[in-house]
Structure formats: C-alpha cells, structure tokens
Design a protein around this ligand. Structure first.
Ligand SMILES: *[C@@H]1O[C@H](CO)[C@@H](O)[C@H](O)[C@H]1NC(C)=O
Ligand SMILES: *[C@@H]1O[C@H](CO)[C@@H](O)[C@H](O)[C@H]1NC(C)=O
Length: 247
C-alpha cells in the first residue's frame, strides 16, 4: 500500500509544480543555497529531488491532506505512446545517464542484466532487449521492489497515476503537446503567469522508424509479453496496438 502511494505521488509533483508556479518568482523552490528566481534556473538534478526542491510528494501528507488535494487541486498528467515512452526512458536512464543519477547504470542495469540477459558471454551495458524482457516478465515486481521509486520512469501509467481512481482535470498527450500544454495552463488558470517552453519541431511526433529499430532483433514472444503488460496504457489512452511489432 505504501509502495502504491509512493508511485502515485510521483505523478503529482507535476500538479504541485503548477500549483506553485505562480509563486515561483518569489518562493517555494528551496535548495541548500537559497531560492531560484525563475523556473529556468532550476538545475535538472533538483527538479526530481523532492528532498530539495520544495515540492513535496502527495505521499508525504496525511490522509486528510491528501484527500483535500485530490478534491481541490487541478490535476493533470501527460501520456505518450507506451513503447516510445519506454524507449525514451531507456535512452535517458541507461544510455545518456546523467552524472547525478548513477544508480541507473551502476545498480539497476546490472540487476536487470543478471536476471534477463540471454547471452551470458555478452558484456555490453544494458541493451534494450534486456530491458524489454524485464518489463514483460510477469514477475517483474521481484526486481521492482529492489529498484524502489526509480521505476516510476517505466511502470505503467495505470499503476503510476491511478487514472481510474483519481478524477483528473486533464490528461494530455505528448503527441499533441503543442496544443495540450497551453490548454492545460489555461485550464489551470495560470496561463497569464507561465508559458510552456518552445517545443522543437517534430520531437512530439510518433516515430515508427525509431520504434521498429529499437525492437528489431527482439523476439516476438518478448514483445508480446511487453505488450500484454502495457496493453492497459495503450487502450486507456487511445493508442493503437503496434501490430507491426506483434504479428
Ligand atoms: C554472445 O555474445 C558474444 C560477445 O558479444 C558474441 O561473440 C556471441 O556471438 C553471442 N552469442 C550469441 C548466440 O548471440
Ligand atoms: C525517427 O527516428 C529515426 C531513427 O532514430 C531518425 O533517424 C529520424 O530522424 C526520426 N524521424 C523524425 C521525424 O524525427
């Protein structure tokens, strides 16, 4: 139960981000050296660090405070094609892997490789195939527990954001972010205070070539198991079944 709240809460930092966005200029974002004067100045490593960023997770509140926020706050999250999301998580966390998040490469990747690598003589770092086999394993929870809340980057939206339990004000799509981001700011009533940064052209568009490239060479069995786990995310948020990978 605690674990569930922890995941759920990860979704909510965005809400708080927006709740406080209007006050950003003067307060709220705390770090050891003092407040930042604008969103742009917040270093990337602090954005997700709830100990330091002054944006508490929902799980850090009492039940009544949680309920109050669920009832009163503007609540939204943004989804993207589930397989593109996994590719993006894989690239960000295991290929580029920023200095301030060493645990992905040094703890999580070796853990996945130990359990899921097919070719025992292969010594490369985590491959997308290993990642897919871990995610599609019906017993993935065994490792998830060890990885703690780092799994928020690849756990299903259904598990992470509880869309069936929480009445969200808006659920946006990465693929239509150019429209959805300004819409969300407007609906939240803060469009006169903040604007979404310029989105580089083309980056929100679903890229089938990229998806095919990442999944090429991975067995149909493993891809189907992955799909079985993420099917809820595909169906719930209007994404077509990737039949070009499954059949
Ligand atoms: C396993 O990995 C090694 C090292 O990369 C490679 O030489 C070998 O061909 C691979 N075996 C299979 C069955 O893919
Ligand atoms: C799609 O992905 C491929 C492979 O990663 C890349 O070469 C191509 O530029 C991408 N297309 C677009 C429109 O971004």
């Amino acid at each position: 139960m605690h674990h569930q709240w922890l995941l759920l809460a990860a979704c909510f930092w965005v809400i708080f981000m927006f709740m406080v966005a209007s006050k950003f200029i003067t307060l709220t974002f705390k770090d050891p050296d003092g407040a930042f004067s604008s969103i742009e100045e917040i270093p990337e490593n602090i954005v997700h660090d709830h100990e330091k960023n002054g944006l508490p997770r929902l799980s850090s509140f009492s039940d009544s405070e949680i309920q109050k926020r669920l009832n009163l706050y503007f609540k939204f999250f943004i989804v993207r094609d589930p397989f593109e999301r996994l590719i993006s998580a894989f690239k960000d966390k295991f290929v580029h892997n920023p200095r301030f998040e060493p645990w992905y490469r040094h703890e999580i990747a070796p853990g996945i490789i130990r359990k899921y690598r097919k070719n025992r003589t292969e010594t490369k770092g985590l491959q997308f195939e290993d990642f897919v086999r871990y995610l599609g394993d019906p017993n993935h929870r065994w490792l998830d527990v060890q990885f703690g809340d780092h799994i928020i980057h690849w756990v299903t939206y259904v598990e992470l954001c509880a869309p069936c339990e929480i009445t969200y004000s808006v659920i946006g799509h990465h693929e239509t972010l150019e429209d959805d981001a300004p819409y969300i700011l407007k609906e939240a009533g803060i469009d006169h205070l903040v604007s979404y940064p310029t989105i580089p052209p083309g980056i929100t568009v679903y890229n089938k070539t990229k998806v095919e490239r990442y999944f090429s060479g991975i067995s149909k069995r493993d891809i189907r198991r992955l799909y079985a786990r993420f099917e809820g995310d595909f169906k719930l948020f209007g994404y077509r079944e990737p039949d070009f990978l499954l059949n």
